[in-house]
Design a protein. Structure first.
Length: 543
């Protein structure tokens, strides 16, 4: 029997963050570290006989090693079949699409998303369930509990699978199918968007620059935009997934995608720019001389969804994470549909989508998606925007300005303080939490505070409660400051401060965001003592 049971010692640091387990490659490379997590996962899942599993990742350093290990462990677990993307490559939305299209019981996504890659970079692993979405907290907590106590792993000693060759192989009785990484996903996109209208738009001279940031979005964007929709060759740049992303930080925001911003603000700028992240679930959309905020992007898609074939019947509702601006709420109200406010983390949208309570969802962290899969989806958002441009005849900028004219502008910014010592970050959050009950009804630095709380969420579908999801301070005019610690970093703690102010006056819509938000920045400092506690004079990143 080639399945072996190997003795091991448990690891105690495998608590999943906002989106699975993310650590430095050097941590994952420890003996049996990856195996410990995978065994813990397999131990909490039911018997796998007759079941199909999907495996794929964003191609970053360690992806191939991890895929081979997981295949051997899946054989030992007794899966009937594993579908793996060619070269071990599947974007996160593609994993979701493949799980759903093939009726798989779940999938393993290998990615640290927008975090840098390479031997000194980050790696990550998460489990998605049969609906195609990230496992809910009760599953991730069970995996964590098991990871701290297991003493043996079960693994086949079969040979490596040729990951670059499409087709089927047997591994200890388990069928391994290496599938085209793009095909299932592309097929799904054809059902949602008006490909003919988009083809005509490109044929008429519409110019796009899509920066895949040397990450997994490249093959998808190239095949669909250039291969199928007629975008001129070279529209997709940095299109080959590299193990270290060519040294880029594949996080599509104006700071990390500065090359794209440079092109979009140049005299000969294309009509539209876009970028996606390491695993291609995030997106940034840029017009000519005009950056679209993720919160506005969700609102625009919701407002015009009926122009897109896949959403022509209208939306059941929309959802946004709590720190995301309230622009989508305003659009939802005018459409007469509900808008749900969830904690940060795509997994919180899963139940709402499954229960058909919402059709579109989005987050300030450059994530937008719909009920077509159960992950956010970068290229999908870009196709949605291009379809809107084609169907409305309006530019990206005109679509956003129309939103502001109709609903006012939600001026928005996020300030990140990275790599803070964890104890200092915890002290800061504890101090804020301790002050909450005394704030409502007071005026601090000219800001009249209406509400201050620690966001808690009761899932409207299964009633599960998630506490302590971020401190929010809401002013009497609806302006907000939100504080939370990132759940995706791998070095110390990252404090995120989210600032939002609603500006109904059109003559002030072009005000520079940091200037417009200055009173809220000052309020954040007064309430949280960020400078004193972190020793940082400025945020590391402002988007
Ligand atoms: C993950 C989740 C997102 C969430 C983000 C928050 O993104 O999938 O839903 O918005 O984390 O990150 P943080 O906790 O750092 O603010 P990704 O793209 O890293 O999977």
């Amino acid at each position: 029997m080639p399945i072996q049971t190997l003795p091991t010692s448990p690891f105690h640091d495998q608590r999943p963050g906002t989106s699975g387990l993310r650590k430095k490659v050097t941590v994952f490379a420890q003996k049996h570290y990856l195996e410990n997590f995978v065994q813990a996962l397999f131990d909490v899942l039911p018997d796998a006989s007759g079941l199909t599993l999907v495996v794929g990742g964003d191609g970053r350093y360690y992806n191939r090693v991890a895929v081979q290990t997981i295949l051997r462990m899946a054989a030992a677990k007794g899966y009937a079949r594993v579908l793996v993307g060619q070269g071990g490559i599947l974007s996160t939305p593609a994993v979701s699409a493949v799980i759903r299209a093939y009726g798989a019981s779940g999938g393993i996504v290998l990615s640290a998303s927008h975090n840098p890659g390479g031997p000194d970079g980050d790696f990550g692993i998460k489990y998605n369930i049969g609906n195609g979405g990230p496992a809910p907290e009760k599953v991730t907590e069970a995996i964590f509990a098991r990871s701290k106590e297991l003493h043996e792993i079960r693994i086949s000693d079969g040979a490596d699978i040729a990951l670059d060759v499409l087709g089927d192989t047997l591994l200890d009785g388990m069928q391994v199918s290496v599938i085209d990484s793009v095909a299932t996903y592309a097929e799904l996109m054809r059902t949602l968007f008006d490909f003919d209208a988009i083809r005509k738009l490109f044929a008429s001279g519409f110019r796009l620059r899509y920066d895949a940031m040397n990450a997994v979005g490249g093959p998808y964007a190239k095949a669909i935009l250039e291969g199928e929709l007629g975008a001129p060759a070279g529209s997709v740049v940095n299109a080959v997934p590299l193990e270290d992303f060519g040294g880029l930080h594949p996080d599509p925001n104006p700071v990390n995608a500065e090359d794209l911003i440079g092109h979009m603000f140049a005299p000969d700028a294309p009509d539209m720019g876009a970028a996606s992240d390491g695993d291609a679930d995030r997106n940034m959309v840029v017009g000519r001389n005009f950056v679209v905020s993720p919160s506005d992007s969700l609102a625009v898609l919701a407002a015009h969804a009926k122009l897109v074939p896949g959403y022509a019947k209208g939306l059941a509702g929309v959802a946004r994470s709590m720190p995301t601006s309230t622009a989508a709420d305003r659009v939802a109200k005018s459409l007469g549909i509900p808008c749900f406010e969830t904690p940060t983390g795509w997994k919180f949208f899963g139940n709402l989508l499954d229960a058909d309570k919402v059709t579109l969802c989005g987050e300030e962290s450059y994530g937008t998606g719909s009920n077509h899969v159960r992950e956010k989806d970068g290229l999908w958002a870009v196709l949605f925007w291009i379809n809107l441009v084609a169907a409305s005849g309006k530019t990206v900028e005109a679509l956003v300005r129309e939103l502001w004219t109709e609903h006012g502008r939600c001026v928005y910014s996020r300030h990140d303080y990275e790599a803070i010592p964890t104890d200092k970050a915890d002290t800061l959050m504890a101090g804020l939490r301790a002050s909450l009950s005394s704030l409502p009804g007071t005026t601090v630095g000219g800001c009249a505070i209406a509400l201050a709380d620690d966001f808690a969420y009761t899932d409207p579908v299964d009633g599960s409660v998630s506490q302590k999801q971020g401190v929010r301070v809401i002013l009497t005019d609806g302006s907000r400051v939100v504080f939370r610690l990132s759940g995706t970093g791998t070095e110390g703690a990252t404090l995120r401060v989210y600032l939002e102010r609603h500006e109904p006056d059109a003559s002030r819509h072009d005000m520079e965001a940091q200037t417009a938000l200055k009173p809220l920045v000052d309020l954040a400092e007064t309430l949280a003592h960020i400078r004193a506690l972190t020793g940082m004079e400025q945020p590391s990143v402002m988007t």
